[in-house]
Design a protein around this ligand. Structure first.
Ligand code: ADP
Ligand code: ASP
Ligand code: MG
Length: 408
């Protein structure tokens, strides 16, 4: 089989959100097959379903994470792939829905944020050879004991790109409810503009700073294995946005996007034991549970050393568990600030243009928006602010960095 003729196509929750939409996906895919493509379909759960499952679990124990949680939340994908397969079969095309254990998507056992170790390709290759459409459940894997694992919210993108990499496919199509990647989330910034091409690096920053459009691991895998990612609409046929190596982009604007993350929590601890041993223990334990700490600041007060850091809302239960362990029997004030958001500007062009930080903080000052935590890298600046000011900040920054539609 000519490997580069295989295209992995992933459909997100909204794209398979109803029976009508599932049938429309099948119709569209059949057109691609008739045009000569060998396709592998990856699907997410129907929109709202994963949230519903999470809420069911939370009703019993909001702090539980582990094997049963992953089995629970992975079940939405089983429904959507079975329905898609039925839609193909009704149209006279043979299709096989595949769960991770049937296909061989092997992961570690870090439940609810597992990482893929290996994907076996024989099953898919055999199906394609027999003209059967593989319809793969996104988001899930199996650990070495055959327990179901999940890859983190939004993880179906990662299933798709990892599968494309394993199959040696040069690109991967991510079908979603927006026609392109925009300079900001169009739901928050009405003047957001469509972008035709973005570098892996910029998209990685966007994903890690909260833009939902692609799961961060999918972009990392794309970059590492040279799988170009095409983000496009399920509801329109026009070309979407290509995520490609930086060298393929001719011109880089200083700032290419404004990204927000409403799911930010700041935790303040005061006082923490002096020195670095405590910090090392805390961050090591959090890392072992797969919690990545975002922004960290340390300061000195008359009561001793203070620590503040941010995590995602999703990681709060695990973070609290670890804090209970390491702070056990110590008198430390713990404040959780949950109505926080992170706002960031990103652009590889920033490397060669000083003054971005100055403009960033001027805008927030003009808007009277207090900043709680800050972090920067070569290609981004982020600040944690109150979530009720997120929309103002995003729109003002978008405008100041010349991203508004109609601005050029
Ligand atoms: P899917 O269910 O298809 O995986 P997601 O909801 O995960 O879709 O991602 C698509 C959503 O990402 C869009 O509806 C949009 O609101 C949001 N989004 C955030 N930032 C951006 C951006 N810069 N460009 C496009 N969409 C964005
Ligand atoms: N269904 C999962 C979620 O809602 C995975 C995905 O949509 O990519 O997070
Ligand atoms: Mg998604």
């Amino acid at each position: 089989m000519k490997l580069n003729s295989i295209i992995v196509k992933k459909f997100g929750g909204t794209s398979v959100g109803s029976i009508e939409r599932i049938e429309a996906v099948a119709e569209r895919m059949i057109k691609d097959i008739q045009a000569g493509q060998k396709i592998v379909v990856v699907a997410s759960a129907m929109s709202g379903e994963t949230n519903r499952l999470v809420a069911l679990g939370n009703q019993i124990d909001p702090n539980y994470r582990g094997l049963a949680y992953d089995m629970l939340v992975a079940s939405g994908e089983q429904v959507s792939i079975a329905l898609l397969a039925i839609a193909f079969e009704k149209r006279g095309y043979r299709a096989k829905p595949l769960l991770a254990y049937q296909l061989g998507i092997e992961t570690d056992n870090l439940y609810s944020k597992a990482r893929i170790h290996k994907i076996k390709t024989e099953v898919i290759e055999n199906l394609l050879r027999e003209n059967v459409i593989p319809v793969v459940a996104g988001f899930q894997g199996v650990d070495e004991n055959m327990n179901i694992t999940t890859l983190g919210r939004g993880g179906s993108d990662t299933t798709a790109v990892a599968l494309a990499a394993a199959l040696g496919a040069p690109d991967c199509e991510i079908y979603t409810d927006v026609p392109k990647v925009f300079t900001a989330d169009p739901r928050l910034v009405p003047k957001a503009k469509e972008v035709d091409k973005l570098s892996f690096e910029e998209m990685m920053e966007m994903a890690s700073l909260g833009s939902k459009v692609l799961h961060i691991r999918s972009v990392e895998i794309g970059a590492k294995h040279n799988v170009r990612i095409h983000v496009r609409s399920t509801f329109e046929t026009r070309e979407g946005t290509w995520i490609v190596p930086e060298g393929e982009i001719m011109e880089n604007p200083v700032v290419s996007s404004v990204t927000h993350d409403p799911n930010t929590v700041v935790i303040k601890l005061n006082p923490v034991p002096a020195g670095t041993d405590f910090l090392a223990e805390l961050f090591e334990k959090l890392a072992a549970r797969g919690v990545s700490i975002d922004i960290i600041t340390q300061s000195q007060s008359e009561h001793g050393q203070r620590l503040a850091f941010s995590v995602t809302v999703e990681d709060l239960p695990l973070t609290n568990k670890v804090l209970d362990e390491v702070l056990f029997s110590q008198k430390v004030e713990r404040i959780t600030m949950d109505k926080m958001a992170k706002i960031s500007v990103i652009g590889v062009g920033m490397r060669n243009h000083p003054g971005v930080a100055a403009r960033f903080f001027q805008v927030l000052a003009q808007q009277g928006i207090p900043v709680h935590l800050v972090t920067t890298s070569e290609i981004k600046i982020s600040a944690v602010i109150d979530s009720d000011r997120m929309k103002d900040a995003a729109n003002a920054l978008h405008s100041v960095f010349d991203l508004d539609s109609g601005s050029n």
